[in-house]
Write a protein that binds this ligand. Sequence first.
Ligand code: GUN
Length: 295
Amino acid sequence: MNILDGKKTAAAIRGEIAETVKEIKNSGHRVPHLGAILMGNNSSSETYVSHKVTDCQEVGFRSTLIRMPATVSEEELLGKVRELNGDPELDGLIVQLPMPVHISEDKVIETISPDKDVDGFSPVNMGRMVAGLPSFVPATPAGIMELLKRYNIPLKGAECVVAGRSNIVGRPVSILLSQKGVDATVTVVHSRTRNIAEIIRRADIIIAAIGQPGFITADMVKEGAVVIDVGITSVEAPGTKTGWKLKGDVDFENVSPRCSWITPVPGGVGPMTRVALLLNTLQSYRAQCMLMPVK
Ligand code: GUN
């Protein structure tokens, strides 16, 4: 069993991005700039957003965090999004999910300019991705594809089973894996799938993105399979410092001996997701610069 080390890979990519930013600065241009809107003070969202700000600092990007109260009206939020859409010095804009219940997430996501939608959640970017056109790809699927690429995991003709069909992980990763040029054969399984274990057992590559800790057990995994674990559920862990730990969708202890490659939790997909947002912001910066030469 070999570890697909997302932590180490993401650190290497951050180093590459930081080098690029240095070159940008040395040539006298402004640096890439990510904006994030955070409503309320949900503790998970606070953590996610603070990671995004720290990651930007580490590679030399500019970041702007816009805080709004959980009681903000939809109109006021949409006004802010439109204002930021029009800022020529902002390359990427994300609105942290989940949003307060009185706000339509769909409406907000559709209002973010597709050119700045570095989360890749807008229907325009989703549609472009499905059509195989250049687009922003949501960070977790993009991070998974980059990890597979950097470890030279063979995908052409491979049987991939994606467990989970969410708009931000399962569905997009299934599309990316089956794209021309990647050429995997993809099956998506979900909560209504019959004989789920039997289908997963056929897989050369398993992407587990269902959010049920320990769902993928050793009997579901073919000898030599590659396993990508997207799950990050907090579970009680008596005796640890915090009393909690992150658990993936895969029963790592019993599954890992059967695998050729497997991602750990933590330290697998999570860091790749974080660095993929930076790559998307850099991609947006480059596109904006082509439209409008910067100084
Ligand atoms: N909440 C949890 N993950 C994400 C993400 O990737 N983007 C946004 N905007 N909100 C999130």
